[in-house]
Design a protein around this ligand. Structure first.
Ligand code: SF4
Length: 554
């Protein structure tokens, strides 16, 4: 039996993904301005993201544009493409990602950076912006990680959107279209884009220290309330329609980069949400999306509106508290899972890192909801600033407490803390990977003794690389280019002249980092104040210890 040529196989697969998809809106317009929205992740994970779907809607519905999507191929397809000289292609027509006027990348984190460059490289697009003579495609990136620190990709992208896309994308498209139609040079085009709010153009704003301010942009509550349009069995949770009810987070945990760079916390208006829900026909399950959907003051009314339309309601958040007890909703989109994010095992360290949850309320939630759920999932971090061995022991203690309350399976995720830009802990040291490995081993031994606990751990080495990419400057471009040649990360950093140990050391809070040239809407002073507040709070712990031991001595 003859085997199908790989090209036919992958083309058939692309067509099948496309035909499996349904879309509530018609995005097949044939504008003259061609955009490709490119994700450095595979189709299923990308299309499960409300933000990606919403960015696509914005681009595809702008006058005179047509927009296609491209996704990072799976491992086998990527190897085939790179080995036999086939470019990364769009889902809709199968054309190369090079064939457009605007290539818009949507990285979701630092892990995506190398995949973006791989997509460009196999598509015969010169990586460095300065080496791309042709004006088209213009290459832009937007997303949380590049909003916080675009410098690691600054040599490769022509422009960055700093902040949310809603307020910026229209002016960017209009400028590119009108100057493009006039035949303006790439240089002129980029200079004009650099005058728009929230747009960082590395070749124009080339000396970060001298840039007065590139202000992060965010949408008003009128521009919010995204809903999902695409449905496909190839996506996670294909039968669920997602609806954004809030953006930003009211809790301000000091380690959380998305929490800071999506400030301020905004809620969608009840009347608008009710009207969107009213217009949804044939929807069986709706997921209400937000960093903290339970904080919406009208949550009960929103749930009631959805239930009136016969929908089952699920919440998607990373925080579990107790605002609503009787609605029978669950907290995870794929299974009935109770998600707890205590981050650490005791109230004291949790307060120091700015998270306002208490063990008691978390454990009460387990008591109240255990009969309505099938599994408990708990997220912790280790290597947090000010953490000591007792704090790690308290993680085991917390899980034991959960076990004492329920026989449900318990899934535990333990991830190394990474000090990220624009957080109060941006000056903190990351724990040494060797120490992290040792602590993971201790936790593993402890969890083994608790029945029915399945624990998974973030890889310390990968976390270290992520920290170096997140906190890097222009020199990281050299690292990424080295990595593309196939060397390991350590060699790539070494060849680019970067000492990988620098993120393992604390930085003086007086220091302003390279990413400080951006204006996030809050500044160095606020972050330093929050950092010092944590430090003083932690010193209180040692004073209490000293007092206790003095009393014991007496
Ligand atoms: S509650 Fe969650 S999303 Fe909000 S700041 Fe804390 S960690 Fe971030």
């Amino acid at each position: 039996m003859s085997r199908k040529p790989a090209a036919d196989y992958y083309d058939e697969r692309r067509r099948s993904i496309l035909s499996n998809e349904t879309c509530d809106l018609d995005f097949t317009g044939k504008g003259i301005f061609e955009i490709i929205l490119a994700s450095p992740m595979e189709y299923g994970a990308t299309m499960s993201s409300l933000r990606f779907q919403n960015t696509f809607r914005q681009l595809a519905s702008w006058p005179e544009t047509c927009c296609e999507r491209a996704f990072y191929p799976d491992k086998d397809e990527f190897h085939w493409r790179s080995r036999y000289g086939h470019p990364a292609i769009t889902l809709e027509s199968g054309k190369s990602i090079k064939q457009c006027d605007l290539l818009f990348f949507t990285p979701t984190g630092e892990d995506d950076y190398i995949r973006m460059l791989e997509m460009m490289s196999i598509s015969d697009i010169r990586l460095r912006g300065s080496e791309r003579v042709s004006k088209w495609p213009l290459i832009i990136a937007g997303g949380t990680s590049v909003t916080a620190n675009p410098l690691p990709l600054a040599e490769f992208m022509d422009a960055f959107i700093i902040g949310e896309t809603e307020p910026s994308i229209g002016p960017v498209l209009d400028t590119i279209k009108s100057l493009g139609a006039q035949g303006a040079s790439k240089k002129k085009l980029l200079r004009r884009l650099a005058t728009l709010p929230g747009i960082y153009i590395p070749s124009v704003h080339e000396i970060p220290g001298r840039v007065s301010s590139i202000m992060r942009q965010w949408a008003g509550s009128d521009g919010m309330g995204m809903k999902s349009y695409f449905h496909s069995p190839d996506c996670l949770n294909s039968d669920i329609t997602m609806l954004e009810i809030s953006r930003g987070c009211p809790y301000n945990c000091k380690f959380c980069q998305p929490g800071y760079v999506s400030l301020p916390y905004r809620e969608c208006k009840l009347e608008e949400l009710e009207s969107v829900i009213e217009g949804m026909d044939g929807v069986r399950t709706i997921a209400l999306i937000g960093s903290s959907p339970r904080s919406h003051p009208d949550l009960k009314k929103i749930i009631r509106a959805a239930e009136k339309k016969g929908m089952e309601v699920v919440l998607c958040s990373n925080k579990y508290d107790d605002q609503i007890q009787d609605s029978g909703f669950h907290d995870d989109l794929t299974e009935k899972v109770m998600v707890l994010s205590p981050e650490t095992g005791n109230d004291f360290l949790r307060r120091v890192i700015g998270k306002k949850l208490r063990n008691r309320s978390l454990l009460d939630s387990v008591d109240k909801h255990k009969d309505k759920t099938e599994k408990v999932r708990i997220y912790f971090m280790i290597g947090l600033p000010f953490e000591c061995s007792e704090d790690r022991e308290s993680i085991l203690e917390f899980v034991r407490e959960v076990r004492n309350r329920t026989d449900l399976p318990i899934e535990v995720f333990v991830n190394p803390f990474i000090p990220k830009p624009w957080t109060a802990f941006q000056w903190s040291a990351m724990a040494n990977p060797t120490d992290l490995r040792e602590w993971i081993e201790e936790l593993e031994n402890g969890f083994r003794k608790i029945k029915g606990v399945n624990a998974k751990y973030g890889d310390p080495r990968e976390a270290h690389v992520r920290a170096l990419l997140a906190r890097g400057d222009h020199r990281v471009s050299g690292v990424l280019e080295e990595k593309l040649t196939g060397v390991g990360w350590n060699t790539a950093f070494k060849n680019a002249g970067i000492n990988i140990r620098w993120v393992l050391e604390e930085t003086d809070p007086e220091v302003t980092f390279e990413w400080g040239f951006l204006n996030m809407g809050f500044g160095h002073t606020r972050l330093a104040r929050e950092y010092h507040a944590s430090m003083s709070m932690n010193q209180g712990r040692f004073k209490d210890h000293e007092k206790d031991s003095d009393e014991e001595d007496d």
